[in-house]
Write a protein that binds this ligand. Structure first.
Ligand code: 5GP
Ligand code: MG
Length: 182
């Protein structure tokens, strides 16, 4: 597989489309089991998770609602630490909804921590997190084990692009995931 360049950076293949789809298939089966008979609301975190949400719901048979929230915390190759909300969930009664937040990647953990707090304030019936990628060495805050119930890939503390994840807006369209070359 050829390297991929964005601006002055070069990326090489890290995780293939087939590996991703395999994990998503297993995740969807697990969600079908865990959310059977529950009023499920999937909340995707934009922009990075749009493909993850889309491919996961294609494999699920449990009916559910889907919403998106948009936040930003990353500048270039680094997490900025301060999370800014672009848009959030519409006002309403969430007390009977089982909410599953879907994130592309948990790095320092600040974004997901912030959203967990915001969504808990809506008093949903339950709240869980599914993330496609998780960087154990980068997480800076204490995330309850139960809070992030679904992790598809634990990865090294490296910068990746592809399958929804970008570098300076580019790379989201790649079907495989690439890692920044050292
Ligand atoms: P955190 O708040 O956990 O530090 O960062 C979470 C957000 O930073 C993710 O939703 C994602 O948008 C971005 N991010 C973290 N690590 C990476 C990475 O390796 N590559 C890309 N493209 N974005 C990342
Ligand atoms: Mg993101």
């Amino acid at each position: 597989m050829k390297d991929y360049s964005i601006g002055d950076k070069t990326f090489e293949l890290y995780i293939s489309e087939a590996q991703i789809q395999h994990k998503i298939h297993d995740l969807a089966a697990q969600l079908d089991t865990d959310y059977a008979e529950k009023d499920l609301l999937i909340v995707g975190i934009l922009n990075g998770s749009f493909r993850f949400v889309s491919d996961t719901i294609k494999q699920m048979s449990t009916p559910c609602e889907v919403e998106f929230v948009k936040v930003k915390s990353y500048e270039g190759l680094k997490s900025s630490g301060n999370v800014s909300v672009n848009f959030f969930l519409p006002a309403g009664d969430y007390s009977k909804k089982h909410i599953l937040l879907m994130e592309d990647i948990i790095d320092t953990g600040h974004t997901i921590q912030y959203l967990i707090e915001q969504i808990k304030a809506l008093n949903p019936a339950s709240l869980s997190v599914a993330t496609l990628f998780y960087k154990p060495e980068a997480v800076q805050i204490h995330l309850e084990e139960k809070a992030v119930a679904y992790i598809c890939f634990k990865i090294e503390n490296l910068f990746i692009v592809g399958y929804g994840l970008d570098y300076e807006g580019q790379g989201r369209t790649l079907n495989d995931v690439y890692v920044l070359k050292k």
